[in-house]
Design a binder for this molecule. Structure first.
Ligand SMILES: Nc1ncnc2c1ncn2[C@@H]1O[C@H](COP(=O)(O)OP(=O)(O)OP(=O)(O)O)[C@@H](O)[C@H]1O
Length: 799
C-alpha cells in the first residue's frame, strides 16, 4: 500500500484528499468496530453471548478480539441485545417442571458461556489496550519526527519556491527586456520596411529576411508562451502544494486529536507520510524538471540572444540599406532640383502656351463664327442636295436608259470590231492582191532637177516625158545625139515631183511591211543622180525628208492606230553598209570598227545567217529596239556620220558603199490570236560610175570595181527573180545574200532608178534606164524581144 500511494500523482490533490478521507473513514469504522470502551464493552459482549445462548443462528458472526484456543465460547459472540434477551428471558407457564428445569439449565449454561466470553473479551481488551498504548506512543513519536521532517521539507520547498520565483522574475525581466528590444527591432524593421517599400522593389531579399525574422519572433513568442505556461503550471502546483500543506496540517491536527482514539489513523498517517514521501519524490522530480526547464530557458535565452544578434546584424544591414537609400534619395533630390529648373523652363513655356491658347481661343471663337456660317451654308447646301437628289433620280433613270443604250452600242461595237478585224484581213488580202497585180518587183524612175553644178551641153534637154494618155506618168524619153530612147516604168517621177509625191506611191509598201510582208526598196542610179536624196532627203528640211524617215513616221503612226485593234508591235532597227564587199555596223559604238585599216578584216566578224522562217541575222550586228520615229531619226543621223563617203566628178559627198536600213516589225494581236513579222529594207545603193570617169587608181579603182560587181550581182538576182527562174545567184555578193529572204516569193521589191538630167552623164543615165526597163519588162510579162533590148542588155554593164 505504501509503495502504491507513493506512486500516486500529486497533481490531483482533491482526489488524494478524497482517498485519504475515505481511508480515514474506513479506519475510523474499523476502529469503532474493534474498539470497546471499558464501561460499554460488557453490555455488548453480554448481548453477543446471549445471542449465542438464544440460538445464535440469526446473529452475524463478529470478528471479536482474540479468544483462548480450546475454549467453548471462543467461537461465540454476544451483543447487548443478546445479553438483555438472555437476562430477560422467562420461562413459559404451561411448561412442566422437567421442561422448566431443562430450560433453566440451558439458560444457566448460556449465561455462563456469556460471562466466560465477556471475561475473556475483557482480558483481551486490556492486553490490546496496552499494546495500543505502546503503539500510540511510538506513533506519536513518529508523527512528531514526521512533523519535524515535514516542517523541514516545507521550509526547503519554500526556499526552492522562492528561488524559482526569483528565477522566474529574472526570466520575466529578461523576457520583458528582450520583448522591448524585439518590439524596438520590429518597429525599426517596420520603419525600414516602409523605407524599403517606398524606395524600390529591389529589396525583395530583405523582405525575405524580415519574414524569416518574423517567423523567428513568432517561434520565440511561442517559446515565451510555453515558458509562461510552465510558470503558470508551477504556480498552480505551488498553490496545490500550499493547499496540500494546509490539508496536511489540518489532517495532522485531526490526527493529533484522534491519535489517542484510532490506531488505524497511525497507519493513515504512515500512509500519508509515504504519500508525502511520494509527493516529496515527485516534488524533487518536478524540481529536477524545473531545473531542466530552467536550463532549457537559459539555452533558449542564449538562442534568443544569438537570434537577437542575428536580428541586430539584419538591423545593421537594413541600416546600411537605409543609408544607401538615403544616398539615392539625395541623388533623387538633385534630380528633383534639376526637374525644378526644367519646371521653371516649362512654366515659361506654359506661359507662352497660355498666350497661344488665348490666341487659339480667339481663333476658335472666330472659327465658331465660321462654323455657324458654314452650318447655314450646309443647310442651304442640304436643300440643294435634296433638289440634286431629285434631279439625280431623274439622272439615274436617264443613266439606266443610257446604260442599256451603251450596252447595245457596246455589242454593236464588238460586232463592228469583229467586222473591222475581218475587214482588216480583207484589206490585207486585197492590198496584197493589188500589189501582186501591180507586181512584186516594181520599178519607179525618178529624175532629179537640173542642178547648178550640172554641166550644160549642146542639147541641154536630154530627158523628156511623153504626154500621151497611156504613158503619162510612166514613160521617159532620153535624147542622145538626136536619137530618142523611150522607157516605160511603173511610175516615173519628174523633177518637179516632191518627196511627198514619191512617198505617196510607196506608202502602200510600207503598209505591207506592217501587214507582215518583207519589203525591199532600192535606190539605184549613177553617182549624183539623187539616190540619197530620195531615200534620206535633205537634212534639216522637214518637207524634203526622204522615204526612210517618212516610212518610219507612217510605220509608227499606223502602229498606234493598229494598237487600238489589239495589236502590239516591237520595232528593231539595224543599219549597216557594205563597203568593198565588207559589212560594217553603222550603229556600233566602237569607233575602231570604222578604222579604214580594219575594213578588210571587219567583214569576217559579221556573218550572215538565215533561219527556216526566212529571217536574216548578222552576227555581232547592233540591233536597237525603237519606240518612236524620233529615236530612229537619231540613229539615222549617227549612221550617216559613220558612212563611207568620197568625192566623185558628179558628187561632192558620194556614197562609196551600199547602205542597208532594216526595220524588223513584230506584231502580235492577242484578241485575234494573230502574229505578223514584217521587214522593211530601205537601201541606198552605191552610185554606179564608169571606171574611166572614176579616176581608176588605187582605192578608188578598187571601190568602183566592188560597187560595179555588187550591182551586177544584184541585177542578176533581180532578173532571175523577175523571170521566176529556179536558180537565183544570191551568193554572188554580200548584198544579195543579205537580202535573200526579202527578195522573191511574197516579198515586195521596189526599185527606184534615179536619173540625172545632166547631159554630161547621159550615157550613165541611159544605162540605168535600160537596166530598170528590162527589170520592169520581165515583171510585167512583156516578152524580151518586144522590149527591143539586146541580149547583152540583160546585164547591167557599166564601164
Ligand atoms: N529631187 C531632187 N531635188 C532637188 N535636189 C536633188 C534632187 N535629187 C538630188 N538632188 C541633189 O543632187 C545632189 C546629188 O544628190 P545625191 O547625193 O542624192 O546623189 P547620189 O545618187 O546619192 O550620189 P552618190 O551615188 O554619189 O552618193 C545633191 O546635192 C542633192 O541635194
Amino acid at each position: 500500500m505504501a509503495s502504491k500511494n507513493q506512486n500516486n500523482a500529486p497533481s490531483s490533490p482533491s482526489q488524494s484528499k478524497r482517498s485519504i478521507d475515505e481511508a480515514s473513514i474506513d479506519k475510523r469504522r474499523r476502529i469503532a468496530n474493534t474498539k470497546m470502551p471499558p464501561n460499554t464493552g460488557t453490555r455488548t459482549q453480554t448481548r453477543q453471548a446471549f445471542s449465542v445462548v438464544n440460538g445464535g443462528q440469526d446473529l452475524p458472526p463478529l470478528c471479536g478480539p482474540p479468544s483462548n484456543s480450546g475454549s467453548d465460547c471462543s467461537a461465540i459472540e454476544f451483543n447487548k441485545d443478546d445479553v438483555e434477551t438472555l437476562l430477560n428471558e422467562k420461562l413459559k407457564k404451561n411448561l412442566n417442571y422437567r421442561e422448566k428445569n431443562d430450560k433453566m439449565i440451558d439458560l444457566i449454561k448460556r449465561l455462563k458461556l456469556c460471562i466466560k466470553w465477556f471475561l475473556q473479551l475483557e482480558a483481551n481488551y486490556v492486553a490490546e489496550q496496552d499494546k495500543i498504548k505502546k503503539l500510540l506512543e511510538l506513533a506519536e513519536k513518529k508523527c512528531i519526527d514526521t512533523e519535524l521532517m515535514m516542517n523541514a521539507k516545507e521550509d526547503e520547498l519554500n526556499s526552492i519556491i522562492m528561488e524559482l520565483r526569483k528565477n522566474l522574475e529574472a526570466l520575466q525581466a529578461k523576457f520583458a527586456k528582450e520583448e522591448v528590444e524585439r518590439v524596438e527591432a520590429m518597429d525599426s524593421l517596420a520603419r525600414e520596411r516602409d523605407l524599403r517599400l517606398a524606395a524600390e522593389k529591389l529589396q525583395a531579399s530583405l523582405s525575405d529576411d524580415l519574414r524569416r525574422t518574423q517567423l523567428d519572433n513568432a517561434s520565440a513568442n511561442q517559446k515565451i508562451q510555453s515558458l509562461n505556461d510552465t510558470y503558470r503550471r508551477l504556480q498552480e502546483f505551488n498553490t496545490s502544494l500550499h493547499q496540500w500543506n494546509s490539508r496536511l496540517q489540518s489532517d495532522l491536527e485531526t490526527t493529533n486529536k484522534t491519535l489517542k482514539r484510532v490506531q488505524e489513523e497511525k497507519a493513515a498517517v504512515v500512509e500519508n507520510l509515504s504519500t508525502l514521501r511520494g509527493h516529496y519524490t515527485s516534488l524533487q522530480e518536478q524540481l529536477t524538471l524545473s531545473r531542466a526547464s530552467q536550463d532549457e530557458a537559459i539555452k533558449q535565452k542564449e538562442a534568443l540572444g544569438s537570434e537577437t544578434a542575428c536580428l541586430r546584424g539584419d538591423l545593421q544591414q537594413v541600416r546600411e540599406d537605409r543609408d544607401r537609400q538615403l544616398s539615392q534619395v539625395q541623388d533623387l533630390e538633385a534630380e528633383v532640383a534639376k526637374y525644378k529648373e526644367c519646371t521653371g523652363k516649362f512654366s515659361a513655356n506654359l506661359e507662352s502656351l497660355n498666350t497661344k491658347a488665348v490666341e487659339l481661343e480667339s481663333t476658335c471663337s472666330s472659327q465658331s463664327e465660321q462654323i455657324r456660317k458654314l452650318r447655314e451654308q450646309l443647310a442651304f447646301a442640304e436643300n440643294k442636295l435634296q433638289l440634286s437628289n431629285m434631279s439625280a433620280m431623274e439622272t439615274r433613270s436617264e443613266f439606266e436608259e443610257n446604260k442599256s443604250l451603251i450596252l447595245e452600242l457596246k455589242s454593236r461595237l464588238a460586232d463592228a470590231d469583229v467586222k473591222i478585224v475581218e475587214g482588216e484581213k480583207l484589206r490585207k488580202k486585197l492590198h496584197n492582191t493589188i500589189l501582186e497585180l501591180k507586181g512584186n518587183i516594181r520599178v519607179f524612175c525618178r529624175v532629179r532637177p537640173l542642178l547648178s553644178d550640172d554641166g550644160v551641153g549642146n542639147d541641154a534637154k536630154v530627158v523628156s516625158f511623153p504626154t500621151s494618155m497611156d504613158l503619162q506618168g510612166r514613160g521617159i524619153d532620153l535624147n542622145q545625139n538626136g536619137q530618142k530612147h523611150s522607157f516605160t516604168y511603173d511610175k516615173v517621177f519628174v523633177p518637179d515631183n516632191s518627196q511627198e509625191d514619191v512617198f505617196v506611191e510607196i506608202s502602200q509598201l510600207v503598209q505591207s511591211a506592217l501587214d507582215g510582208y518583207k519589203v525591199c526598196i532600192f535606190a539605184y542610179g549613177q553617182t549624183g543622180s539623187g539616190k540619197t536624196y530620195t531615200m534620206m532627203g535633205r537634212p534639216g528640211l522637214p518637207d524634203q525628208k526622204g522615204l526612210i524617215p517618212r516610212s518610219l513616221e507612217q510605220v509608227f503612226q499606223t502602229k498606234q492606230m493598229l494598237e487600238a485593234q489589239g495589236w502590239k508591235y516591237e520595232m528593231q532597227v539595224s543599219m549597216l553598209e557594205i563597203y568593198n564587199e565588207a559589212i560594217r555596223d553603222l550603229l556600233a559604238t566602237n569607233k575602231s570598227t570604222f578604222d579604214a585599216t580594219r575594213v578588210e578584216n571587219a567583214g569576217k566578224q559579221y556573218a550572215i545567217k538565215h533561219d527556216a522562217n526566212g529571217n536574216t541575222y548578222v552576227s555581232d550586228l547592233t540591233i536597237v529596239d525603237v519606240r518612236s520615229s524620233r529615236e530612229v531619226s537619231y540613229l539615222l543621223e549617227r549612221a550617216a556620220q559613220s558612212r563611207s563617203v568620197g568625192k566623185t566628178q558628179m558628187n561632192e559627198q558620194s556614197s562609196r558603199s551600199h547602205f542597208v536600213f532594216t526595220l524588223r516589225i513584230i506584231g502580235v494581236n492577242e484578241s485575234t490570236d494573230q502574229q505578223v513579222q514584217g521587214v522593211l529594207n530601205l537601201i541606198d545603193l552605191a552610185g554606179s560610175e564608169r571606171l574611166s570617169k572614176s579616176g581608176s587608181t588605187g582605192d578608188r579603182l578598187k571601190e568602183t570595181q566592188a560597187i560595179n560587181k555588187s550591182l551586177s550581182s544584184l541585177s542578176d538576182v533581180i532578173f532571175a527573180l523577175a523571170k521566176k527562174e529556179e536558180h537565183v545567184p544570191f551568193r554572188n555578193s554580200k548584198l544579195t545574200y543579205l537580202l535573200q529572204p526579202c527578195l522573191g516569193g511574197d516579198s515586195k521589191t521596189l526599185m527606184f532608178v534615179n536619173v540625172s538630167p545632166d547631159p554630161s552623164s547621159l550615157g550613165e543615165s541611159l544605162c540605168s534606164l535600160r537596166f530598170a526597163a528590162r527589170v520592169n519588162a520581165c515583171e510585167i510579162g512583156i516578152p524580151r524581144r518586144q522590149t527591143n533590148l539586146r541580149s547583152s542588155d540583160s546585164r547591167l554593164s557599166i564601164g
